[in-house]
Design a protein around this ligand. Structure first.
Ligand SMILES: *Cc1c(COP(=O)(O)O)cnc(C)c1O
Length: 413
């Protein structure tokens, strides 16, 4: 055996031991398998479907939609956004009932929440955000700044890190209306100290909107305990809601009575079927709804929220930490000697459930890997993201993915 074979063997053996000791290993069978895919490392972009979802979607069409017809709205569909929001809040977000709702897309919810937040801080002139935040977050805030005559103030963050309380403290002040940050950075995977940053912004008199797209379902949140004002996140990443699944939003109870909904629609009004003149908002979180809820799109999310509740979000996080630690170990052993650079935090307490590695050849290599059924994703300028979705990813699969990247690098020497 060559030295490389020995190294590969030892990493594979470690992966198999970790799988054997993994209390959540059995949950992998709840997901549908994909033919020809030996490593799916992109659950942070699109989570896999649950087997139960395939059945529930068909049953829904036949029995609920087909059988109950229009009666379904009164029987349960109209309540679904709130009911599912409460379940998600309890299973993964640290949110007491009555503060979460499922609706729209993350982009639309970012607009609604941020627009309402700046309206709640009249006279303040700035929105704080970081230049490395996800494009849609930046673009929506640019639009709101233009619409409302506000200025964007950019908080600096390290390329392989993210937004810190100290950096926010240096930028926040009496001019701060709102701060918008990601809980886990989409590129570096940096896990922000949401509690500390929220406090810093509050001390300056501003409000905070957290984007949990890259953490919800993999990293526990404590929205209530952190004192968060508003939060949102998508449902198709670690929440396995499927392509284009509706997103969720959180509005702390204390802000709900004064929340200025910028897209006033009938189903967020106090009496949707009164058909009266003049908009009056519904009480509570329901005023965040604009139009008809996307019921079909919520069904897969409902299945995954139940699965997370069954597994327990703290157990999910514990496995996520072990997965990213193992991935870093494999990357250090197999890829770093070939010029690959780790662009994610080394400390698990500041890391989400994916890691990013950089190399100039990664764009071409990702395309090659996809043909082989090894599926990570690529992010500019030169990063492969290894997304490790705790309930559906195994350690051996993680090994397979990293070893395949190494094989491609060796082939190109
Ligand atoms: C994935 C992601 C989004 C996506 O927004 P959509 O409206 O669902 O397209 C937004 N923000 C962050 C941080 C993301 O990771």
């Amino acid at each position: 055996m060559t030295e490389l074979d020995t190294l590969l063997d030892s990493l594979l053996e470690t992966a198999r031991k970790l799988d054997a000791a993994d209390p959540l290993a059995g949950f992998r069978d709840r997901f549908l398998e994909a033919d020809g895919v030996s490593a799916y490392l992109d659950g942070n972009s699109l989570g896999r479907p649950l087997r139960a979802t395939a059945v529930h979607l068909q049953d829904f069409v036949r029995e609920q939609w087909g059988g109950r017809l229009i009666r379904g709205w009164d029987e349960q569909w109209l309540e679904l956004p709130q009911r599912l929001g409460d379940q998600l809040g309890a299973a993964a977000l640290g949110a007491a009932p009555g503060q979460c709702i499922v609706a729209d897309s993350t982009t639309v919810l970012l607009y609604k929440l941020a627009r309402a937040a700046v309206a709640a801080r009249p006279g303040r002139t700035e929105i704080l955000l970081d230049a490395d935040n996800f494009p849609t977050d930046r673009y929506v805030m640019e639009g709101i700044a233009q619409e409302c005559g506000l200025t964007l103030r950019w908080v600096q963050a390290d390329y392989d890190g993210g937004v810190t309380a100290a950096a926010v403290a240096a930028a926040a002040g009496p001019q701060t209306a709102l701060a918008v940050f990601s809980h886990v950075a989409y590129r570096s995977g940096f896990l922000a100290d949401a509690g500390a940053i929220t406090k810093v912004v509050h001390d300056a008199g501003g409000l905070v909107l957290w984007d949990l797209c890259h953490s919800a379902g993999a990293v526990p949140a404590e929205l209530d305990a952190w004192g968060v004002d508003y939060a949102t996140g998508c449902s198709y990443k670690y929440l396995n809601g499927g392509p284009g699944a509706p997103a969720w939003a959180y509005v702390a109870t204390r802000h709900q009575e004064t929340f200025a909904q910028p897209i006033q629609g009938w189903l967020g009004s106090a009496d949707p079927f009164g058909m009266a003149q003049g908009y009056a908002p519904a009480p509570g979180i329901r005023r965040l709804v604009s139009g008809t809820p996307p019921v079909l799109g919520m069904l897969p999310l409902q299945d995954m929220v139940s699965l997370i509740a069954e597994a327990g979000i703290d157990a999910v996080r514990a496995k996520s930490v072990l997965l990213t630690e193992y991935a870093l170990r494999a990357v250090d052993a197999l890829l770093v000697p070939h010029g690959v650079v780790v662009a994610s935090p080394r400390g698990a307490q500041r890391r989400g459930s994916h890691i990013t590695i950089d190399h100039p050849a990664f764009k071409a290599i990702t395309a090659e890997l996809w043909k082989q059924g090894i599926i990570p994703d690529y992010r500019n300028p030169s990063g492969i993201r290894l997304g490790l979705s705790p309930l559906s990813t195994s350690f051996e699969e993680t090994f397979t993915g990293v070893a395949a990247v190494q094989a491609e690098l060796l082939r190109r020497r």
